[in-house]
Design a protein around this ligand. Structure first.
Ligand SMILES: NCc1[nH]cc(CCC(=O)O)c1CC(=O)O
Ligand SMILES: [Mg+2]
Length: 331
């Protein structure tokens, strides 16, 4: 039981900088960040993404430079997303299984340049490769077929692991895919390749700029509500996480980030496992728009939101602000 005013004055410990440092409950460092990067065809290419101001797609030769930049900044892991050329997209997303697709070439280029100094996380889902922009295979009725999709996701995961991915991150929300991918990785000599499951991924309005970035936005008809979660649900997120853990996930992700910090906290308290959050493209764009409109200081907005993820219980955060935040944190 704490005392009463004036014996107890909470402002006492806030009154100087050194004291605020001493009493700070949560820390944020570059090691808490995962940097998502978009890859595109060509050489020496940097393509700015209009709906994500300050974020570009990089050709394979330049992506390795971004990875070296991450290492220099103390960022331990990057996440890769391909903008597949239109003529390589198909109804079945077969390009996802090509050992020479953009993703695999980027993985190899980074591995060659950086060795094991940085973790490479790769997204598993078919939307960057399909002509319809859905994450899986469509049946005759246009429904995203669960079990048929899993078979392809397993092959996609093995393809990425063979190219050198360290963390396989299935973002598709099919039931049962974590177990299937884990078994295949074990069988194919990839015992140390991790799985970070997008366990509680919501059907969100915050993914728009990402879909522009990978080129699936204009293609997508309808929505992803038959597989991504209803934003109204929290208990269901706990069931999703429990299942992914039982199937062998090494860590789980909650996505989007800021509107779902309650889910992060519930998952952390319930399971006491590594939990990551994805501060998604629409959240990034919102912060940039607020700063551009003079509604807040950009650097302060970036650091405050990232700290809030740590306070909520995150082990780490995927954020397009990773490099900028790391520079600020490194002083
Ligand atoms: N499976 C695709 C995928 N992987 C990551 C994101 C979104 C990331 C972001 O918005 O930054 C999406 C979009 C979607 O589900 O439509
Ligand atoms: Mg699930």
């Amino acid at each position: 039981m704490t005392g009463f005013f004036p014996d107890t004055r909470l402002r006492r410990i806030r009154s100087t900088g050194w004291s605020r440092s001493l009493h700070r409950e949560t820390t944020l460092t570059p090691a808490d960040l995962i940097w998502p990067l978009f890859v595109t065809e060509g050489t020496g290419v940097e393509e700015p993404i209009a709906s994500l101001p300050g974020v570009s797609r990089w050709s394979v030769d330049l992506i390795a430079k971004r990875a070296m930049e991450a290492i220099a900044l103390g960022i331990p892991c990057i996440a890769l997303f391909p903008n597949t050329q239109a003529d390589r997209r198909s109804d079945d997303g077969a390009e996802a299984l090509s050992p020479d697709n953009l993703m695999c070439r980027a993985i190899r280029a980074i591995r060659e340049a950086c060795g094991d100094q940085i973790g490479i996380l790769t997204d598993v889902a078919l939307d960057p490769y399909t002509t319809h922009g859905q994450d899986g295979l469509l049946d005759d009725a246009g429904y995203v077929s669960n079990d048929a999709t899993i078979e392809v996701l397993v092959e996609q995961s093995l393809n990425q692991a063979a190219a050198g991915a360290d963390i396989i991150a299935p973002s598709d929300m099919m039931d049962g895919r974590v177990g299937a991918i884990r078994s295949a990785l074990e069988a194919e000599d990839h015992a140390n390749v991790q799985i970070m499951a997008y366990a509680a991924k919501y059907a969100s309005a915050f993914y728009g700029p990402f879909r522009d970035a990978v080129g699936s936005g204009g293609l997508l008809k309808g929505d992803k509500k038959s597989y991504q979660m209803d934003p109204a649900n929290g208990e269901e997120a706990l069931r999703e996480v429990a299942l992914d853990l039982s199937e062998g996930a090494d860590s789980v992700m909650v996505k989007p980030g800021l509107p779902y910090l309650d889910i992060v906290r519930r998952v952390k308290d319930r399971f006491e496992i590594p939990v990551f959050a994805y501060q998604v493209s629409g959240e990034y764009a919102m912060i940039e728009a607020a700063a551009a409109a003079g509604a807040g200081d950009r650097d302060a907005l970036v650091l405050e939101t990232l700290m809030s993820f740590k306070r909520a219980g995150c082990t780490g955060v995927l954020t397009y602000h990773a490099a900028h935040a790391a520079k600020l944190l490194n002083g």
